[in-house]
Design a protein around this ligand. Structure first.
Ligand code: ADP
Ligand code: MG
Length: 593
C-alpha cells in the first residue's frame, strides 16, 4: 500500500491540542457531544447537497450514526454515513482551525485571561474534533467522500505535532460513504468504552440530533430449553410419577449483541408545544447554539394559511461580545430548514432585520424549495411573509419579558439589547408601534430605575400634552441642567436621554400615543403658562440689557432673549428651534474627529 504521508499541524492546532491534553479538565465526556455533532453536521451536508446532486447517494445506505464500543481494549468507534472527507478536506479540516466552534473557543480563551488552566471553557464551547484527545491518545479517522473514489485514513496522537494520511487498502475496513472515527482511549479513560456508559451519554448529549443514533448493545432473550433426562432432578421426579413421562423444561437467557436505537429523532419543533417542557426548550437551545446560559425567553409556534412554517425562537441572556459591539447581522443565529432538511444558517437580514439579529432560533418551512439559494431567499414573497411573522413573534416574546413579574429579566434584556431596539427606531419605521413600548429611559422622577414610555404617559399631568426630554452625556449632567428648573417646579417629568443614540431614536419616533416628544432645551419650549402682560413688562425693563449683551457677545450667539423658563439660574444657553441640540452637536463633533 502507498506510504503514509506526514503533515505538521497549524500552530493554533498544536496549541489547542496541548491545552486539551494537559488540562485537568474534569468534564471529559463532552468529547462525545462534539463528535456526534460533527457526524450529524456531515449527514446534514450530504442530505442538503444530494437535493441538487442525487448522484451523491448512489450507495444506498441509510443516514445514521453508529457507535460501537470494545470495553476490553478501550476502543470506541463512531461511524456516520455523511459527506465524508477527501484527502484535501482532511488536511484543511483536521490540520487547521478554520471552523466556527473551535475558533470561537480559542477567541474566548484569549479573552479569558487565565488561558491554559482547566477553566470550563471546553465544556461551554466544545473544541470540536480535537476534544477526541480529551479521552484518547490515538485517533484514527477513516473517511470516504462520495466525490472521491478513494478512502483515506487520518491518524493523530496526543502530544504529537504532526499527523499522517494514508489510503485505506484493507478491504475489511472499506465503507461505502461517510466517516469512521476510532478512539483508542487513554488508560484512565477506558471506562468510556462501556456500552451502558456510552448509551447514557448519547441519551444525555444527543437528545436533539435528528438522525438515528445506534449503539452496540448486549441483549438477551429468554428461551425455554428441555431439561436433560439424566439430571438428578429429573430422576427424582420420575420416581414420583412413574406412569407419566412428562418432558421437563427450564428458562434460560440467551445473550447476543445488536444495534439499539438510542435517541429520539423527531425534531423538537415538530412536537406539540403543549407537550414540550421549558427544560427541553432550554436544552435544545444550549445544544443547538453552543450556549451555556439559559435563554431569557422562548417562543414555539406554527403559522398556517398563506405560508406555513414552524419555528422556535429565543432571546439570549447575553449579547455575544459586550454591549458596545457593532451589531453584526451575520450571526448564524437562525437555522433554516425546509421540510426538516437543514438548509442554512448563513443569513444577512433575509429573515430578521439586522437590529433583531440577536434573536436565535430554528425555522422549518414546507413552502420553500429544497434547493433554495440566497437569491431566491432575497426575492421570495414567501420569505417576506415569513420575515414579517417572525419579527412579530420576536416582539411578542420581548414584550413577554417586559411584562414578566421578574423585573430583573427585562433589565438584563435592556442592558444587552436596548441598543438594538433603539437602532430599530431608526431603521424600521414599520415596527415603531412594537418597539416604542419596549424602550426604557431614566427620568427626572425615576431615581435609579429605568422607566418605559407607558409609565411616563401614565404619570403625565392632566393638561400635559407632550413628552419632555433632555439629551445629556450622563444622568448627573441631565439632573443639573438649568433647563429642568421650570419643569421641576411644575412637577413635570422629563426623560433623560443619555446614550448617544437615544436622541436620534426618539426623533425618529416623533410621537408616542399621539403625544409629541419635545426637547426641553429648544428655544420655543411652551409649557402652556404664557403671561403676555408680564412678558411685556420684562421686555421694557430688560430690553436694553439684552441688546447690550448681544453686542458684547457678537457672533458667538444668535440672539439674547428674555425668557420665563428659568427659576433660579440667571441665564441659559439654548439651541435654536431648527438647529441641532447641544447633544447632537457634540455627537457630530465626535464623529467628524
Ligand atoms: P466545527 O464542527 O465547528 O466545524 P470541528 O473541529 O468539530 O469544527 O470539525 C472540523 C471540521 O472537520 C468540520 O467542519 C468538518 O469539515 C470536518 N469533520 C469533522 N468531523 C467530520 C465528519 N464526521 N464527517 C465529515 N467531516 C467532518
Ligand atoms: Mg464540530
Amino acid at each position: 500500500s502507498p506510504p503514509a504521508e506526514r503533515y505538521e499541524y497549524q500552530a493554533e492546532v498544536s496549541r489547542l491540542m496541548d491545552l486539551i491534553v494537559n488540562s485537568l479538565y474534569s468534564n471529559k465526556e463532552v468529547f462525545l457531544r462534539e463528535l456526534i455533532s460533527n457526524a450529524s453536521d456531515a449527514l446534514d451536508k450530504l442530505r442538503f447537497l444530494s437535493v441538487t446532486e442525487p448522484g451523491l447517494l448512489k450507495d444506498a445506505v441509510d443516514f445514521d450514526i453508529r457507535i460501537q464500543t470494545d470495553k476490553d481494549n478501550g476502543i470506541i468507534s463512531i461511524t456516520d454515513t455523511g459527506i465524508g472527507m477527501t484527502r484535501q478536506d482532511l488536511i484543511d479540516c483536521l490540520g487547521t482551525i478554520a471552523q466556527s466552534g473551535t475558533a470561537k473557543f480559542l477567541k474566548a480563551l484569549k479573552d479569558s485571561k487565565d488561558a491554559g488552566g482547566d477553566n470550563n471553557l471546553i465544556g461551554q464551547f466544545g473544541v470540536g474534533f480535537y476534544s477526541a484527545f480529551l479521552v484518547a491518545d490515538r485517533v484514527v479517522v477513516s473517511t470516504k467522500s462520495p466525490k472521491s473514489d478513494k478512502q483515506y485514513v487520518w491518524e493523530g496522537e496526543a502530544n504529537a505535532s504532526s499527523y499522517t494520511i494514508t489510503e485505506e487498502t484493507d478491504p475489511e475496513k472499506l465503507i461505502p460513504r461517510g466517516t469512521r472515527l476510532t478512539l483508542y482511549l487513554k488508560r484512565d479513560d477506558k471506562g468510556f468504552a462501556h456500552p451502558e456508559r456510552i448509551q447514557k451519554l448519547v441519551k444525555n448529549y444527543s437528545q436533539f440530533v435528528s438522525f438515528p443514533i445506534y449503539t452496540w448493545q448486549e441483549k438477551g432473550y429468554t428461551k425455554e430449553v428441555e431439561v436433560d433426562e439424566d439430571t438428578d432432578e429429573a430422576k427424582r421426579d420420575d420416581q414420583d410419577e412413574k406412569t407419566e413421562k412428562k418432558k421437563k423444561t427450564k428458562t434460560v437467557v440467551e445473550k447476543y449483541w445488536d444495534w439499539e436505537l438510542t435517541n429520539e429523532t423527531q425534531p423538537i419543533w415538530l412536537r406539540n408545544p403543549k407537550e414540550v417542557t421549558k427544560e427541553e426548550y432550554n436544552e435544545f437551545y444550549k445544544k443547538t447554539f453552543n450556549e451555556y446560559l439559559e435563554p431569557l425567553a422562548s417562543s414555539h409556534f406554527t403559522t398556517e394559511g398563506e405560508v406555513e412554517f414552524r419555528s422556535i425562537l429565543y432571546v439570549p441572556a447575553f449579547a455575544p461580545s459586550g454591549k458596545d459591539d457593532i451589531i453584526n447581522p451575520k450571526t448564524k443565529n437562525i437555522r433554516l430548514y425546509v421540510k426538516r432538511v437543514f438548509i442554512s444558517d448563513d443569513f444577512d437580514g433575509e429573515l430578521f432585520p439586522r437590529y433583531l439579529s440577536f434573536v436565535k432560533g430554528v425555522v422549518d418551512s414546507n413552502d420553500l424549495p429544497l434547493n433554495v439559494s440566497r437569491e431566491i431567499l432575497q426575492e421570495s414573497r414567501i420569505v417576506r411573509i415569513m420575515r414579517k411573522r417572525l419579527v412579530r413573534k420576536a416582539f411578542d416574546m420581548i414584550l413577554g419579558i417586559s411584562m414578566s413579574e421578574n423585573r430583573e429579566d427585562y433589565e438584563k434584556f435592556w442592558e444587552n439589547f436596548g441598543k438594538h431596539l433603539k437602532l430599530g427606531c431608526i431603521e424600521d419605521r414599520e415596527n415603531h408601534k412594537r418597539i416604542a413600548p419596549l424602550l426604557r429611559f431614566f427620568s427626572s422622577q425615576s431615581d435609579e430605575e429605568l422607566i418605559g414610555l407607558d409609565e411616563y404617559v401614565e404619570n403625565m399631568k392632566p393638561d400635559q400634552k407632550d413628552i419632555y426630554y433632555i439629551a445629556a452625556d450622563s444622568v448627573t449632567s441631565a439632573k443639573n441642567t438649568p433647563f429642568l428648573e421650570r419643569l421641576a417646579e411644575k412637577d413635570l417629568e422629563v426623560m433623560f436621554l443619555v446614550d448617544p443614540i437615544d436622541e436620534v431614536a426618539i426623533q425618529n419616533l416623533k410621537s408616542y400615543k399621539e403625544k409629541n416628544f419635545v426637547d426641553i432645551s429648544k428655544e420655543d419650549l411652551d409649557l402652556g403658562d404664557k403671561n403676555e402682560e408680564k412678558e411685556k413688562e420684562m421686555k421694557q425693563e430688560f430690553g436694553q440689557t439684552c441688546d447690550w449683551m448681544k453686542k458684547r457677545l457678537g457672533d458667538k450667539v444668535a440672539s439674547v432673549q428674555i425668557s420665563n423658563r428659568l427659576s433660579s439660574s440667571p441665564c441659559v444657553l439654548v439651541s435654536g428651534k431648527f438647529g441641532w441640540s447641544a447633544n447632537m452637536e457634540r455627537l457630530m463633533k465626535a464623529q467628524s474627529m
